[in-house]
Ligand binder design. Structure first.
Ligand SMILES: [Zn+2]
Length: 218
């Protein structure tokens, strides 16, 4: 895909994340919104459920990743981008690596909690180098897309809280222009072998036990 088309898609998908972050506020959640998409086509989208479920693990990214894996499986997710208005936290960044997401785009950086600017999870080559059967290569990371719009949604949610967040440097605009970080290495042979193995296993499971698959959640 040419870069101007990609840029257009990134802005459209991030606009949806910002919209979701506003929807989240209307549902008594904090303003977080996530979309997983390929070429501008949305596969999954979510807001946080931490307040309503009383569960700190119910972040928008994790919920969207669950939907996406159920819909198309992990293997295909390398072609997809996860968009989110705030840099994914360490927990979500770990799930992104293990779900083999190919690209991560966010608006605002999270220097105190982020899985990229605070911890090295989205950049950690050692994980995929030593355990390629579990972790994909580091995703492409783009930050700063629609940063002003994302900030405005947070300011509208609670102007005082937003001032405190700014003063403490909890969420920041990474730069005037979006920043792109590309992987230094290509996918390993191990990874392709793992994909082949998963495909064969899935095909065998579908042929042999279609009923068992349907009832696998029981
Ligand atoms: Zn998170």
């Amino acid at each position: 895909m040419d870069s101007s088309r990609e840029e257009e898609n990134d802005k459209a998908m991030m606009a949806r994340c910002v919209e979701l972050s506003r929807i989240a506020v209307g549902k008594t959640e904090y303003p977080f919104g996530t979309v997983i998409a390929r070429d501008g086509q949305i596969l999954a989208e979510a807001i946080n459920h931490t307040v309503r479920d009383g569960d700190v693990t119910r972040h928008a990214e994790v919920i969207a990743l669950s939907q996406a894996q159920k819909a198309i499986g992990r293997e295909q997710l390398r072609h997809y981008t996860l968009y989110t208005n705030i840099e994914p936290c360490a927990m979500c960044a770990y799930c992104i690596r293990e779900a083999w997401i190919g690209r991560v785009v966010y608006a605002l950086s999270s220097p105190v909690m982020g899985g990229f600017s605070k911890w090295n999870i989205l950049r950690d080559d050692d994980m995929s180098g030593r355990m390629p059967q579990i972790f994909a290569n580091v995703p492409v990371v783009v930050s700063g897309v629609l940063a002003a719009e994302a900030q405005q949604a947070w300011r509208d949610w609670n102007p005082l809280a937003w001032q405190m967040i700014k003063l403490r440097g909890l969420l920041t605009d990474p730069s005037p222009e979006p920043v792109r970080v590309r992987p230094a290495h290509s996918r390993s042979l191990w990874h392709y072998m793992q994909i082949l193995f998963e495909r064969t296993r899935q095909a065998r499971a579908e042929t042999q036990a279609p009923d068992a698959q349907e009832n696998s959640h029981l």
